[in-house]
Ligand binder design. Structure first.
Ligand code: FAD
Length: 294
């Protein structure tokens, strides 16, 4: 298969890139699985014009829009990528080969899990990996934020503005001391032990710690950072940052000509609004780049 622009990822960033590249009359192919998007299964309520809409609806409508402008979809993952003779080549899960003039990496991130009993079963039933996304659901309720780093400190502070009780569970002092102090000064109650299990009957009721303490709670926010599919970028000659993100310029270009990136894979904030904004820029930049090669 040949395309002017190959978009890797069909979350909000990839879909927006596909829409804008297609509208610039580039031929566009999109890879990825909707169900792997961070937005799938989420309820989005802070994206302009969207009040509490299931992410899967936004993804389905975004795909239909992209298709209506001419983009084609391959519902599978890229397993390897290479660059040669001014073109980028990709191999898909089923062995299909794709060749493109420009590529947009929109592979998102996967949040790091604790890997403790109850975490997976109670995901969406009180377990969350995104305080910024879900804080509003916990107004006046009890929450626990888990994590050692600055992002956990920031989340703990944020939750003190919403929850009636905010607990912060950490077992190392890896957070910026200033941010940690702000969380504690705002009222977050610190616990120094590793989590052992999330418990509850159909919804989160408590977090049990390794030191034996049991914290009654309505929500557990796991803020341990994220991993990305940045290995594809490396195959194309783009070296990810130490935190696995891809550095981009104002036009969403990377250090390798013809390779663009957008969305969660470029770093925080992990939000639909940012993903879509960057997707628009990346899609247009990639289409312009492909056209210049004609
Ligand atoms: C529980 C939860 C709740 C959230 N709530 C909100 C909210 O309320 N508001 C908000 O703004 N944001 C929210 N978010 C965050 C939001 O979902 C993400 O910021 C957004 O989805 C990022 O878009 P993206 O396109 O960059 O990445 P994603 O949506 O994660 O999409 C990544 C895509 O890359 C594809 N991919 C990965 N690797 C490969 C590969 N090797 N080959 C091909 N394709 C690949 C995947 O299949 C997927 O299609 C929430 C996230 C979660 C998990």
């Amino acid at each position: 298969m040949e395309a002017d622009v190959f978009v890797i990822g069909c979350g909000p960033a990839g879909l927006q890139a596909a829409i804008h590249a297609s509208r610039k009359k580039a031929s566009v192919a999109v890879a990825g699985k909707a169900a792997s998007s961070g937005a799938y299964g989420a309820v989005i309520e802070n994206y302009v014009g969207v009040s509490r809409r299931p992410g899967e609806e936004i993804l389905a409508e975004g795909r239909a829009q992209a298709e209506s402008f001419g983009a084609s979809f391959l519902d599978m993952n890229v397993i390897s990528a290479s660059a040669a003779d001014g073109r980028f080549r990709f191999v898909m899960e089923d062995g299909t080969e794709v060749s493109a003039k420009a590529v947009v990496i929109a592979t998102g991130i996967s949040r790091k899990a604790l890997g403790i009993p109850g975490e997976k079963d109670l995901l969406g039933k009180g377990v969350s990996y995104c305080a910024v996304c879900d804080c509003n659901f916990y107004k006046g309720r009890k929450v626990v934020v888990v994590g050692n780093d600055s992002e956990a400190a920031v989340s703990a502070r944020l939750m003190t503005s919403y929850a009636s009780e905010t607990h912060w569970v950490r077992w190392e002092e890896a957070a910026d001391p200033g941010l940690a102090s702000k969380a504690l000064d705002a009222g977050a109650v610190e616990h120094r032990s590793k989590p052992k299990a999330v418990e509850g009957d159909g919804k989160v009721e408590r977090l049990v710690l390794e030191d034996g303490e049991s914290i009654p709670t309505d929500g557990v926010f796991i803020e341990l950072g994220a991993r990305s599919s940045a290995y594809i970028a490396m195959d194309l000659g783009v070296m990810p940052e130490i935190d696995d993100t891809i550095r981009i310029g104002a036009d969403c270009s990377t250090e390798v000509q013809g390779v663009f990136a957008c969305g969660d894979v470029t770093g925080r904030p992990w939000q639909v609004a940012k993903a879509v904004g960057q997707g628009c820029v990346a899609g247009m930049s990639a289409a312009d780049y492909a056209r210049r090669l004609e």
